[in-house]
Design a protein around this ligand. Structure first.
Ligand SMILES: C[C@@](CO)(OP(=O)(O)O)[C@H](O)COP(=O)(O)OP(=O)(O)OC[C@H]1O[C@@H](n2ccc(N)nc2=O)[C@H](O)[C@@H]1O
Ligand SMILES: Nc1ncnc2c1ncn2[C@@H]1O[C@H](COP(=O)(O)OP(=O)(O)O)[C@@H](O)[C@H]1O
Length: 289
């Protein structure tokens, strides 16, 4: 028995960090949304008590370091599952890019194994389990658009943002999320207005969404990797309505509504960047049927 699950990337339309917590994590407020750039996770039932990871991407670990492996192991341990699985990950989302590719593979594995192993868990239960794997996994279990608080695992659903193109450009570098959080100086940074972004989304106000994108982690990564600032400049010059780094980076995204402008930016950035994509936001949450 086989199951194919879609694992979409996310972007952070706004990302604020409130303070560092005693457990070492940072208290955040983020507006996250899934986009139509996805890995394909294939789950094949195995009648042995084993988890196998297959991936052709050399940056994706094929052992217990893989977040999809960790998701399967967590379900096996928690629910005494004696069956196994072969997890084949066809990677499209750039790795270590601020797009939560690994977290989304883990979330897709949780949703898929819930069916394949007949566990009968709700999305809420899967999201709670996901938070044990990583801070972004809970959001990825649900998908859609949400306010994420806590260390990222407290999720409140929001409506779909106004329709637009998201152009993503990733330079040749990878970024360590832990290093970016470590180097953040919270008091010396301008904070985005999360309330205004929520209002903009609720009122379907595209211009207000554009006016309120903001990410406190951006300056840290820009200082480490000046090429990210260059990509931001290029996107603005080619006419994006809003430009921001996603998560801890280094991927930069630009928002536009007109197809012609999207093509101009996409073509302008190809060749200058490692990977460039033009996609839509997904808007909808995942379901379990
Ligand atoms: C920055 C964000 C924004 O969505 O995304 P990415 O850039 O990774 O996509 C997330 O907060 C990343 O979430 P995720 O990548 O799941 O982080 P985790 O695996 O839980 O943590 C990696 C490391 O980041 C730091 N970390 C993470 C989350 C948080 N709220 N505070 C932290 O300080 C910790 O040092 C932790 O050891
Ligand atoms: N399924 C997976 N896909 C990609 N990376 C993974 C996966 N599982 C574990 N990793 C590891 O997690 C790290 C961060 O990957 P990723 O989730 O793509 O980035 P980000 O946290 O920036 O969104 C990578 O360096 C990689 O070694």
């Amino acid at each position: 028995m086989k199951l194919l699950v879609k694992a979409p990337a996310k972007i952070n339309l706004a990302l604020d960090v409130l303070h560092k917590r005693p457990d070492g994590y940072h208290e955040v407020e983020m507006i996250m949304t899934t986009i139509d750039l996805a890995d394909r996770v294939e789950l094949s039932l195995l009648n042995q008590d084993k988890i196998h990871i297959l991936s052709h991407n050399r940056y994706v670990p094929d052992d217990q370091r893989n977040l999809a492996f960790q998701a399967a192991q967590l379900l096996k341990d928690r629910f005494q599952v004696k069956k196994g699985v072969v997890i084949t990950i066809e990677k499209t989302i750039p790795v270590a890019a601020g797009l939560a590719g690994g977290s989304s593979d883990a979330a897709a594995t949780l949703r898929g194994l819930n069916k394949l192993w007949d566990l009968g868990l709700t999305l809420e239960e899967l999201a709670e389990l996901g938070s044990e794997i990583g801070s972004d996994v809970s959001f990825c279990v649900y998908g859609g658009t949400a306010l994420a608080k806590g260390r990222g695992e407290i999720i409140t659903e929001l409506p779909a943002p106004p329709t637009c193109w998201v152009i993503l450009a990733k330079p040749f570098i990878g970024v360590s999320t832990a290093e970016v959080y470590r180097k953040l100086n919270i008091s010396g940074t301008e904070h985005p207005d999360i309330g205004a972004m929520i209002e903009a989304i609720q009122h379907h106000d595209y211009q207000k969404v554009c006016n309120n994108v903001g990410n406190v982690l951006e300056d840290v990564t820009l200082n480490l990797h000046p090429e990210v600032a260059q990509i931001k400049e290029q996107m603005k010059r080619f006419g994006a309505d809003a430009v921001l780094m996603s998560g801890s980076g280094p991927t930069v995204f630009g928002l536009v509504q007109h197809d012609s402008r999207m093509h101009r930016i996409y073509n302008g950035l190809r060749g200058f960047c490692d990977q460039v994509f033009a996609v839509r936001m997904l808007g909808e949450r995942h379901t379990l049927d």
